[in-house]
Design a protein around this ligand. Structure first.
Ligand code: F6P
Length: 495
C-alpha cells in the first residue's frame, strides 16, 4: 500500500491570470517553499500517492478551482487542488494577518512606536484567518479520506505561518485515527523571541502555538528558529519543553502540551544542484547571460536577486553600494551592481512604500556616480526567472543581506550557478548563515559601512580564493536537496 502524502500551503506550484484575450496563462509559484515542496513531492511520487492543496490566489485560479481542473491530468504532474476561499476572507487572512502581522512579527519588522495596533478591525481579520485555516483543514481531511491508503498511512505536511492553526484543526477532524496518521508543520520563516512575540494579542499568540502543537513534528530551517519556538512554547503557553543537548541535533527538542508530544527539529533546505544547472543551460538563460555580459562591458558584477520585500533589506544594500563607491573611487568605472527585485505582496502598503524607496535611492546613485560611459547600477523590478538565473551565473559578488530570513534560497542558488566563482556577502541573520557562514563574508545587515567593506573585500578577492569558496558553498547547498528535506520530515513522522 502506497503512503499518501498531502502537502498544504497558501501558494501552490502555479497561479493563473486571464490575458487581455481572455486566455489563461500559468506562472510558476516563486520562492523557497514552492521550490522545496514541488521538488520534494516530485521525488516521492513514484513510491507515494502525493497531492498538494493550495489557495486560489487570483480570479483565474478561482475559475480553475471551480472546474477542479488544476492540472491533475497532466502526465507526471503533481495533482493540485486549489481552494476557492471567498475573496474577502482570503484577503484578510493572507494580506492583513499573515503578511501584515505574522510575517512582521517573525521578521521583527515593526516600526513599534506606530505599529502594530490590534483593534476591532484586526479581530475581524483574525476571524477570517480562522475561517481560512478551517477551509484548509477541511480540505486536507477530505483528501486524506479520499485516497486509497488507510488513514494510518496518511502524512500531512502543512507549510508556513499562513496555516499555523491547521495541525490542531486537522488532528481534531481526523478524530481517533489521528494517532497513526502523521501531521508535520514546517516554518519557512524565522521565529521571534518571546519578548517580541508577546506583542500579539494574548489569545492570538496562544492560538498560533497551540495550532502548531497539534502536529507530531514541527520543523524549521535553522537551530535559532527552533530554539525561539521552544522558548515561546515555554514562556507563552507554559508548556513543558525538553531540549537536545546542542550541536544542531535533530530533533532540537520536544514540547509536551495537552497530552501530546510534538518533536521540534531542524531541516535546512538546500537546492537540487543538477536540475538547477541543467535549467541554466537552456537557451533563454544563455541569451540573458550574453546580454548581461554586454551590459557589464568587462566590469565586475555585484548581483542581488530578491522579492521587493522589506525584510530583504534592499535599501540598505543599495546604501552600502553607494558608500563603497564614495569610499573607494578605485572601483569607479570598474563595477556594475545588478539589483533584481521581483514584485511581491503589493496589496500591503509597507511593500509599496519600500519599492518606492528602492527606486528613489537607485536613481540617486545613478545621478551621483553615473557617467556617459558607465552605468553603475541596473535596478530591475520585474519577475524574470531566466534572467535571475543568468545574473547568478555571471556574478563576481552576490549580495544577500536580509534583516532576518528563514533560510534564503538565492544564497544557495548563486554559488551552484556561478560560472567563474562568486564571493558571497551574506547577512548573519539569514538561516543560511548557519550552513554557509564558514565560506561567506558575514555581515551585520544593519551596518551599512561593514557591508560596504565586505563588498570591497569580495570584489578584491583573489580569483583562486573566490573559486575555492564558491565550490565549498555550492557543495553545502547541494547537500540538502528538497528530496532529502522532505524525506527527512517523513522519516521523522515514521519514527
Ligand atoms: O515563508 C517564506 C515564503 O513562503 C518563501 O518561500 C517565499 O519566498 C515567500 O514566502 C513567498 O511569499 P508569497 O507567497 O506571499 O509571495
Amino acid at each position: 500500500m502506497k503512503q499518501r502524502v498531502l502537502a498544504a500551503s497558501n501558494r501552490g506550484p502555479v497561479s493563473y491570470e486571464f490575458g487581455a484575450d481572455g486566455m489563461l496563462t500559468g506562472q510558476r509559484g516563486g520562492g523557497g517553499l514552492v521550490a522545496g515542496v514541488a521538488e520534494g513531492l516530485a521525488a516521492l511520487a513514484p513510491e507515494a500517492e502525493v497531492s498538494w492543496i493550495c489557495a486560489a490566489l487570483s480570479d483565474a485560479d478561482r475559475a480553475i478551482a471551480r472546474q477542479r481542473a488544476a492540472d491533475p491530468e497532466e502526465p507526471g504532474a503533481i495533482p493540485v487542488r486549489m481552494l476557492d476561499i471567498p475573496p474577502d476572507t482570503f484577503d484578510r487572512a493572507y494580506n492583513n494577518v499573515a503578511n501584515s502581522i505574522l510575517w512582521f512579527v517573525q521578521h521583527l519588522l515593526f516600526d513599534t512606536p506606530n505599529q502594530p495596533r490590534f483593534g476591532r478591525e484586526f479581530r475581524r481579520d483574525w476571524a477570517a484567518y480562522l475561517a481560512y485555516n478551517e477551509a484548509f483543514a477541511d480540505a486536507v481531511a477530505a483528501e486524506a479520506a479520499e485516497g486509497s491508503a488507510p488513514l494510518a498511512d496518511v502524512r500531512a505536511l502543512i507549510q508556513d505561518y499562513h496555516l499555523s492553526l491547521v495541525p490542531r484543526l486537522l488532528r481534531n477532524k481526523l478524530g481517533g485515527a489521528h494517532a497513526d496518521a502523521g501531521i508535520a508543520h514546517f516554518s519557512h520563516t524565522p521565529w521571534a523571541p518571546p519578548d517580541y512575540y508577546r506583542m500579539l494579542p494574548v489569545e492570538v499568540g496562544r492560538a498560533l502555538l497551540d495550532g502548531m502543537l497539534g502536529a507530531d513534528h514541527v520543523g524549521f530551517h535553522a537551530g535559532r528558529w527552533a530554539d525561539a519556538f521552544l522558548d515561546c512554547c515555554a514562556a507563552i503557553l507554559g508548556a513543558q519543553v525538553s531540549r537536545a543537548d546542542g550541536g544542531g541535533a535533530d530533533p532540537a527538542g520536544r514540547v509536551f502540551y495537552r497530552g501530546h508530544v510534538t518533536e521540534v527539529a531542524v531541516h535546512p533546505l538546500g537546492v537540487n544542484a543538477p536540475a538547477l544547472r541543467a535549467r541554466a543551460r537552456a537557451d533563454d538563460v544563455r541569451t540573458h547571460v550574453a546580454a548581461l555580459g554586454r551590459a557589464a562591458g568587462g566590469r565586475k558584477l555585484i548581483v542581488r536577486v530578491d522579492r521587493t520585500e522589506p525584510s530583504k533589506n534592499i535599501v540598505r544594500g543599495l546604501t552600502a553600494y553607494r558608500e563603497l563607491l564614495a569610499a573607494r573611487p578605485e572601483w569607479h568605472g570598474r563595477v556594475v551592481h545588478l539589483a533584481f527585485a521581483y514584485p511581491s505582496r503589493s496589496a500591503v502598503p509597507e511593500y509599496r512604500a519600500y519599492t518606492e524607496q528602492m527606486r528613489q535611492i537607485a536613481a540617486e546613485i545613478t545621478a551621483e556616480f553615473g557617467t556617459p560611459d558607465w552605468n553603475p547600477l541596473i535596478l530591475e523590478v520585474r519577475d524574470d526567472y531566466p534572467r535571475s538565473l543568468a545574473a547568478c551565473a555571471v556574478a563576481d559578488v552576490l549580495l544577500v543581506n536580509p534583516l532576518r530570513d528563514g533560510m534564503n534560497l538565492v544564497a544557495q542558488e548563486g554559488p551552484v550557478l556561478s560560472e567563474r566563482g562568486c564571493a558571497l556577502v551574506l547577512s548573519r541573520e539569514a538561516g543560511a548563515a548557519a550552513t554557509l557562514g564558514g565560506d561567506a563574508l558575514l555581515v551585520n545587515p544593519y551596518d551599512v559601512s561593514e557591508t560596504a567593506a565586505a563588498l570591497h573585500q569580495a570584489l578584491a578577492m583573489p580569483d583562486a580564493e573566490r573559486r575555492r569558496r564558491t565550490e565549498a558553498l555550492a557543495a553545502t547547498a547541494a547537500a540538502s536537496p528538497p528530496a532529502r528535506w522532505l524525506g527527512d520530515q517523513l522519516a521523522s513522522l515514521d519514527r
